[in-house]
Design a protein around this ligand. Sequence first.
Ligand SMILES: NC(=O)c1ccc[n+]([C@@H]2O[C@H](COP(=O)([O-])OP(=O)(O)OC[C@H]3O[C@@H](n4cnc5c(N)ncnc54)[C@H](O)[C@@H]3O)[C@@H](O)[C@H]2O)c1
Length: 256
Amino acid sequence: MTQAPPRTLLIAGSVHGIGRAIVAQAAARGCALALADIDADGLAAQARSLADAGATVFARPVDVTAAAGVREFVGAAQAALGGIDALVANAGGVVSLVAGGQVDASVKPFAASDPADWRHIVDLNLFGALNLCHAVLPGMLERGAGRLVLVSSAAGRNGAAGMAVYSAAKAGVIAFTEALSREVGRAGIAVNAVAPGGILTRAFPPGVAISADRLARIPAGRMGTPEEVANVALYLACDAPSYLSGEVIGVAGGPP
Ligand SMILES: NC(=O)c1ccc[n+]([C@@H]2O[C@H](COP(=O)([O-])OP(=O)(O)OC[C@H]3O[C@@H](n4cnc5c(N)ncnc54)[C@H](O)[C@@H]3O)[C@@H](O)[C@H]2O)c1
């Protein structure tokens, strides 16, 4: 089988979990990488080790919720790498783990949730994706080619109790994926999403109640690995036919 040609990928949320696995697989297949993450120290270490291994990397600490910073990063990455072929908008989550938050503490009934927390969850999981797509689209429209890969969640398809606002934001990502694919299809740009569920990252650390709870509902009878999600994200970013667009591919061990 012939290997697909190396591509230039922008991966947001690159340092931990699923994003880290996407970066490892993309680097192994020779992609040039533009990496953005809010974890500045983790990102610096990641970029150093990739560069030491011979990868072409442009990395900068970015908070995806801030539109201006995202735009600036994308402009600098395009200048450094000569354009972005594909975006993987992976940054997201239930709670800001970077700030030392605990997963259990952020999972609670909507009636008991604090309106002050809603904005951050929607900012990170929906506006982050909007900011990234808005920043990379002009370059892709100009070149008449590009792949946008968004990261939704099983919660965005079916709703997850205790994660109502997160579910709403991730459902927004799905509707956005479908709407945007209609807008940019004729310009040669494919827009798709992955919808992971129950993936072993720090979002589901072993031992916390949510993991046991989640595990009981997964048809495969096990949690998934970041690498399994990365396989699908990279397929969409690099290998899928451009005729595949507006789709949401679940990576959740079966239907919920
Ligand atoms: N783990 C799961 O089971 C699961 C299930 C469904 C969806 N997801 C989604 O998959 C994606 C990755 O999740 P994960 O489990 O690997 O989480 P993770 O916390 O391990 O990784 C998230 C990455 O995003 C970065 N990040 C967080 N806030 C950021 C910000 N404001 N700006 C830039 N970077 C930021 C983090 O530093 C980290 O590197 C998220 O969008 C999450 O919602 C995960």
